[in-house]
Design a protein around this ligand. Structure first.
Ligand code: HPA
Length: 294
């Protein structure tokens, strides 16, 4: 009970703070991952808050992640940018990692677009590809909805039979074609706790489990967003592809460099996606808000 009250109070305080401070509340939030924070530079910012200024926000301990919440316009479209995220390997629980998304969901933000860098597992995927999530494996051993449920936030047992709305996936694929990006695919993302990277046996096992890519982020935020009835579009930049029979060392600097190399394509793609979402091209088909089995 205490845990619920603390978390509830922390969320409530943060919602109140942002409601007072934000000049407007966009319907889209874009969370930027490793090496992909550059999109923030294109935003005409109306307000930038560092995570440290926002009550109860966790702060990132990873140097490749800046910690800013930016409200402004991207290509004339109102957006919130979360530049930097939190990870369970930093010592945060899934609930803490997803705190910003819970707060934004309660403020009325409707769509979450998130980006990350991931390792490829499917040998058919080329490094430098962009993978649209069509499903995921949560291997964190934690779930952000663990503990008492707040019914007004979402159901106790949210349905995940359609975790990623087909209309938003189709829209992203259409945008990739419009942007002439030929290395955009869909796939299944496996989220491991990290921070140690996969062994050859783990890589073999993840492949056998049907995962196309592996990383250490995003799933807590996605679960909370879906619990709150938000639509989610998740995009991984495939920085490296792991072959269990010939594992190569996976080096953070190389992951970041690979993500930065794909950043212009990702920015182009996201620009097109938000234009179309804003124009109202996707609405009812993705209206698959999580519901309780009763
Ligand atoms: N494994 C886990 N996380 C990652 C990888 C990887 O190979 N590449 C980028 N993030």
């Amino acid at each position: 009970m205490t845990e619920k009250n603390h978390y509830f109070e922390h969320v409530d305080e943060c919602v109140g703070f942002l409601r007072d401070r934000l000049p407007f509340i966009p319907s889209i939030v874009i969370q930027l991952g490793t090496g992909l924070g550059g999109l923030a530079g294109q935003v005409q910012a109306a307000l930038t808050l560092s995570y440290g200024e926002i009550p109860n926000f966790p702060t990132s301990t990873v140097s490749s992640h800046q910690g800013n919440l930016i409200v402004g316009h991207l290509h004339g479209i109102p957006v919130i940018i979360l530049q930097g995220r939190f990870h369970c390997y930093e010592g945060y629980t899934s609930k803490e990692v997803a705190f910003p998304i819970r707060v934004l969901s309660l403020l009325g933000v409707r769509t979450l677009i998130l980006t990350n860098a991931a390792g490829g597992l499917n040998p058919a995927i080329a490094p430098g590809s962009i993978m649209i999530f069509r499903d995921h494996l949560n291997l964190l051993g934690d779930n952000p909805l663990r503990g008492p449920n707040v019914e007004s936030w979402g159901p106790r047992f949210p349905d995940f039979s359609v975790p990623y709305g087909p209309a938003l996936i189709a829209l992203a694929q259409e945008c990739a074609r419009a942007c002439k990006l030929d290395r955009v695919i869909t796939g299944v993302y496996a989220c491991i706790p990290g921070p140690s990277l996969e062994t050859p046996a783990e890589t073999r096992w993840l492949r056998a489990c049907g995962a196309d890519a592996v990383g250490m982020s995003s799933i807590p935020e996605i679960i909370v967003a879906r619990h709150g009835g938000m639509d989610v579009l998740a995009l991984s930049v495939i920085s490296n592809v792991n072959d269990p029979e010939r594992m190569q060392p996976i080096i953070l600097e190389e992951i970041i460099a690979a993500a930065i190399a794909v950043q212009p394509q990702l920015e182009h793609l996201i620009g097109e996606i938000i234009r179309r979402i804003h124009a109202g091209n996707t609405t009812t088909l993705d209206d698959n808000a999580a519901s309780s089995p009763g």
